[in-house]
Design a protein around this ligand. Structure first.
Ligand SMILES: NC(=O)c1ccc[n+]([C@@H]2O[C@H](COP(=O)([O-])OP(=O)(O)OC[C@H]3O[C@@H](n4cnc5c(N)ncnc54)[C@H](OP(=O)(O)O)[C@@H]3O)[C@@H](O)[C@H]2O)c1
Length: 369
């Protein structure tokens, strides 16, 4: 009897502590939107959102204080930002979004993560970069005229053969590079299928798999077939007409950005010992199928532990070394960003809306004049 009461009170205490903690976390979760800009601070333009909500309701072009680099940072004059799936997710009023980006209000109020620009000033201890260097990289909060980046952060010199909008589109290719090279261990002569071949990551995945010497099949909708072919795919399947899991082909690697087939369906088209690199659940934004696909990701990975075909959940590692690999691949002409739309900064909300359809083709960029 005593033990039962003890357990009951312990559980009740844990519950009260948890609810209190959540309430405190919720009410203390704030951002810098209400704060005054220090007098005398230099100003810059930035896209900001102070509350969660649809892009056209919450995104505003505002003046904020221009950041000043510390000893180990560089100040980049941003010329272009390319949007990726996480940028849209940051704005959304969803439970996962609130858990990741701030319970009551978004903590970081400037969105954007993939940039390209010119170094304006460098901190005292910076040796790798100098003012005037053209760079690209990943830094949260870059949808602004300037962004600060640590010299050891995800920043590298820009490929010489692309413009700033194209360069800003390249960092997302880390997802394709690492997924195919490290997790998929793609080798020359292997058959690789890219599901979601026409999107921001897929368009790079097709080119990177080709660069590794694979025979590549891309899966996309009919309107994107020609684009995926032009990127080098040997075969393209229009998913509105044909289901890749129902034909006779067998693949060494399935690089899956959509996860719209069951474990059994995908295993059937994998060669013995083949691997499915589970990378995404479809185009950017939250869709009806997103939650069930997320569950499919985990069940497939668990079920594959008992067979010779592996289903591995892949997560990108943002690092400087692989940005340099992407620069070299670009300069050697092996990859080229499939940039399909460019928007001015004032039309950032429209760019987000397009991305959130889940059917954006290739990459889209914001140009900052
Ligand atoms: N694992 C990681 O570390 C990581 C990192 C970043 C992103 N991701 C994930 O990767 C996924 C793709 O990201 P993204 O930036 O490439 O998105 P995106 O640019 O929005 O990709 C959209 C593409 O998905 C295609 N698509 C939609 N439904 C499809 C279907 N049923 N079959 C084949 N293709 C379909 C669309 O092609 P159509 O218009 O032709 O239908 C469109 O071109 C997202 O789920 C994202 O969360 C994962």
């Amino acid at each position: 009897m005593k033990i039962k009461r003890l357990i009951k009170w312990s559980l009740l205490t844990v519950l009260v502590v948890l609810v209190t903690w959540l309430q405190i976390a919720y009410w203390t979760s704030t951002n810098d939107c209400g704060r005054r800009i220090p007098s005398g601070a230099e100003l810059m333009k930035a896209i900001r959102y102070c509350e969660y909500g649809p892009p056209d309701m919450v995104l505003r072009l505002e003046q904020v204080a221009k950041p000043v680099p510390n000893d180990n940072q560089v100040l980049v004059r941003v010329h272009a930002v390319s949007l990726r799936f996480i940028d849209g997710g940051m704005l959304e009023d969803s439970v996962p979004g609130r858990l990741m980006f701030g319970l009551r209000k978004p903590k970081n109020t400037i969105p954007g993560s993939d940039f390209a620009g010119t170094i304006e000033t460098v901190g005292k201890s910076v040796t790798e970069f100098k003012p005037g260097d053209e760079v690209f990289g990943i830094r949260a909060g870059c949808l602004a005229e300037y962004v600060l980046v640590r010299q050891n952060g995800a920043i590298a010199t820009k490929p010489a053969n692309v413009n700033f909008e194209q360069a800003a589109s390249i960092p997302t290719a880390l997802v394709a590079l690492q997924g195919l090279r490290d997790t998929g261990q793609v080798k020359a002569g292997q058959k690789v299928l890219i599901n979601g071949a026409s999107g921001g990551i897929g368009t790079f995945a097709v080119q990177i798999a080709k660069a590794y010497g694979a025979e590549v099949t891309g899966v996309c909708s009919g309107r994107n077939v020609e684009m995926v072919k032009s990127l080098g795919a040997d075969h393209v399947i229009d998913y509105t007409k044909e289901d890749y899991t129902k034909n006779d082909q067998r693949y060494d690697v399935i690089y899956d950005l959509v996860t719209n087939h069951s474990f059994a369906e995908r295993r059937r088209v994998l060669k013995p010992g083949g691997i499915c690199v589970i990378t995404g659940v479809g185009g950017s934004g939250m869709h009806e199928e997103t939650l069930s696909r997320f569950l499919g990701v985990f069940t497939a990975s668990l079920r594959s532990k008992f067979g010779s075909e592996k289903f591995v959940i892949f997560g990108v590692d943002i690092n400087k070394k692989d940005l340099a690999v992407l620069r070299d691949l670009t300069e050697s002409g092996k990859i080229m960003p499939a940039l399909t739309k460019t928007y001015p900064l004032t039309q950032t909300a429209a760019a987000y809306k397009y991305l959130e359809t889940g059917h954006a083709s290739g990459k889209i960029a914001i140009k900052i004049d």
